[in-house]
Design a protein. Structure first.
Length: 387
């Protein structure tokens, strides 16, 4: 009883008209399946799209060569098949899709169609439609190709030949499927896309950051429902959109505008997008200088960056494909055949070839054939004597 008599009255605190609470939660990342990566990373991102195009078009432009032992073969049915793999497309277009799928999905599939025991056509399969069929030990023994509700199993023929060539990029946590550069750079892609979306939303809102209209009426009351709907409609009609940029806002009595977001200078989205763009280019192995991304001075000039792109990204991909085709396809046409590629046809390597040949030409202690072998050419008759 006495405690209740001497208990102090509850403390009264005055609250401001508006309390703003800002919390930074965990980031929300998008899906990582092929469709989502292709949609956000290729269809919706110019940097990733350009990287895929540069690698695929560059690698597909390198001509194939065929060797029988150490001798180069200039005319052969295998070369004809690689040049015209099917009635719908020529060789460059087919291998452009092959390399593009490898960059987008981390996997590429090439199907060989036979007739009367001979391989007559080649087709690139869309990777999201292909599933690996493994045996009890985990080794691939067949492939399922699904279009709609129809599933076709592609298995080994009577001779033991598996008519699907599967190329995959290294994935540390998957035994059968590869890891695409887009998936490795997915967070950078989302940051880059979010920066573009933020900029577009800012323009749609008259290039003004979001804020709050605070009502400070004389009686301390709130707006009526009718007043609130009318004020909201007036703001949407008269002050949003790029056409209303810079238009002054006329506030009635008791209304005050207070910004509730960071300014563009604080957020610095331009720099953030450039950093994300460089990270995307890094995942693909494309020098940022070739993409016109500002702030990258790693290479002395454009020619040096282009040479690095071909030597470290494109040609290793072509060489890997040539070895895979040799192991998978060449034995069907001859035991001693080997598929190679003509790097001399790459214009970006012309200066490098000239430098190498000048050094070999000055090596008078080498025979002509030794010089040709060091430069990657086959020997010629009468070239074994020192000049």
């Amino acid at each position: 009883m006495f405690a209740s008599l001497f208990r102090s009255a509850p403390e009264q605190k005055s609250a401001p008209p508006l309390i703003a609470l800002s919390l930074i939660g965990a980031p929300r990342w998008g899906a990582r399946d092929f469709a989502a990566l292709a949609r956000d990373g290729v269809l919706g991102n110019a940097v990733a799209y350009r990287c895929v195009r540069m690698i695929a078009e560059g690698a597909a432009s390198v001509p194939w060569l065929l060797y029988d032992g150490a001798r180069e073969v200039e005319s052969h049915p295998l070369l004809a098949l690689l040049a015209a793999p099917n009635p719908q497309e020529e060789g460059t277009a087919l291998f452009e899709r092959w390399y593009a799928y490898l960059q987008c999905a981390g996997d590429s599939y090439l199907e060989a169609v036979s007739a009367s025991g001979d391989i007559r056509e080649l087709y690139v399969l869309r990777p999201d439609r292909v599933s690996v069929v493994a045996d009890t030990r985990g080794w691939p023994i067949a492939y399922d190709y699904k279009v709609g509700d129809r599933v076709t199993r592609i298995a080994r023929d009577a001779s033991g030949f598996l008519p699907v060539l599967h190329a995959s990029l290294f994935h540390p946590l998957d035994d059968h499927y590869g890891l695409s550069p887009i998936q490795a750079a997915a967070k950078a892609v989302e940051v880059h896309n979010a920066g573009a979306a933020w900029t577009k939303a800012l323009l749609d809102n008259a290039a003004r950051p979001s804020g709050a209209l605070i009502y400070k009426g004389p009686d301390g009351g709130a707006l009526t429902d009718e007043q609130f709907r009318r004020l909201k409609q007036e703001i949407e009609d008269g002050y949003q959109g790029a056409a209303n940029a810079g238009r002054p806002m006329v506030l009635e009595g008791g209304l005050d505008w207070r910004s509730m977001s960071y300014s563009p200078a604080d957020l610095d989205f331009a720099t953030t997008r450039d950093v994300a763009a460089r990270e995307i280019a890094l995942a693909f192995g494309v020098p940022p200088m070739l993409l016109g991304i500002p702030g990258d001075n790693t290479y002395a000039n454009y020619r040096e960056a282009n040479l690095v792109f071909w030597r470290q990204t494109v040609l290793p991909l072509v060489a890997r494909t040539a070895r895979s085709l040799t192991k998978w396809l060449a034995p069907r046409f001859g035991e001693s055949l080997r598929i190679g590629y003509d790097s001399d046809a790459v214009d970006a390597l012309a200066l490098e070839r000239e430098t190498v040949w000048d050094r070999l030409s000055a090596a008078s202690f080498l025979t002509l054939n030794e010089r040709r072998a060091a430069a990657g050419y086959s020997p010629v008759e009468g070239g074994d004597a020192v000049a």
